[in-house]
Ligand binder design. Structure first.
Ligand code: NDP
Length: 274
């Protein structure tokens, strides 16, 4: 479903929505609304187990990056899960040190993951002076069908506007820090107007704000955990969220956010925490 529609449905409790709900990106492909982030997970057992637990719990979006050094384990878990490849949405990212060898970096990620294609390939960090050349490289990879969508991360409105003027293929996503303590309303409104999805990284504020008194009060009020309140808040803004955990019970907990609704006044209270 389109993003604006999703935000509307999440604000008005809809029992049809679940971890399998997807949003339609501006190139027509579907992206799950909730995923697992794997930053700061070590290559090997930690990443592999976490991804397998997440897939078992119903997650279908995994967010990694070349920088995280765990693409091999992500790919291995995807294959071991036995779930059809086309049902899993895998994101990885291009780090600035690879900006002058985009093709080689992309091929390396593909090889690490051991996959025939990547669902979403993001420019991890904006580098204004050389942005258009990089984007053209991404467009080429996209046209060849090796990636289903291309996007950016950590772009502000100006950087995105500059990209939009030179791009032939629009970015589908901007992945940015987004949580009640880092609420980017202007950016969100801009992206909605351009039909570009916003994806929330650090939706739990890296676990550092889970004891905030307002979050804790709200968790009690809704009989949910602080992490669930924060994740649900992102979703109710029509934003895709990718909380990270390498604990099975937390991975399950973080996905259990589709059976309640934060009231409008409480959403506003959370908006004002930033
Ligand atoms: P998050 O906001 O997702 O928080 C993760 C932290 O919260 C971890 O310490 C985790 O600990 C803890 N945690 C998770 N669930 C719970 C829970 N239910 N109860 C208590 N603590 C919990 O932080 P991230 O910065 O990792 O962001 C998520 C993802 O976004 C990343 O993994 C990455 O994929 C992406 N990202 C992208 C960036 C970019 O530049 N594009 C930058 C940063 C992140 P534990 O694992 O021990 O459970």
């Amino acid at each position: 479903m389109p993003l604006v529609e999703l935000a509307h449905q999440l604000q008005n409790m809809n029992s049809q929505l679940s971890i399998r709900t997807t949003v339609k990106l501006n190139n027509g492909i579907e992206m799950p609304v909730l995923g697992l982030g794997v930053w700061q997970m070590s290559e090997g057992v930690e990443t592999e187990h976490s991804v397998l637990w997440a897939l078992e719990a119903g997650y279908r979006l995994i967010d990694t990056a070349r920088l995280y050094g765990n693409e091999v384990s992500v790919g291995s878990a995807v294959r071991k899960s036995g779930i059809f490849r086309k049902e899993i949405f895998v994101t990885t990212k291009l780090w600035p040190t690879d900006f002058f060898r985009v093709r080689a970096a992309f091929q390396k990620s593909l090889k690490n993951l051991g996959l025939a294609y990547i669902d979403l390939y993001l420019i991890h960090w904006p580098m204004p002076l050389i942005k258009s050349g990089i984007w053209k490289d991404l467009e080429k990879i996209y046209r060849e069908g090796l990636v289903r969508a291309i996007g950016v991360s950590n772009y502000n409105v100006n950087q995105l506007e500059a990209l939009v003027t030179t791009a032939n293929i629009a970015t589908v996503v901007n992945q940015v820090k987004f949580n009640p303590f880092s609420y980017k309303k202007e950016l969100l409104d801009f992206f909605k107007s351009k039909n570009i999805a916003l994806e929330a990284y650090s939706p739990l504020a890296r676990g550092k704000k889970l004891n905030d008194p307002i979050i804790a009060d709200m968790a009690r009020k809704y009989n949910k955990t602080p992490a669930q309140i924060m994740t649900r808040w992102s979703l109710q803004h029509g934003v895709v969220a990718i909380p990270k955990s390498s604990h099975k019970e937390r991975i399950i907990e973080n996905a259990n956010v589709f059976d309640f609704q934060i009231e409008v006044d409480d959403v506003k209270l959370l908006d004002n925490l930033s």
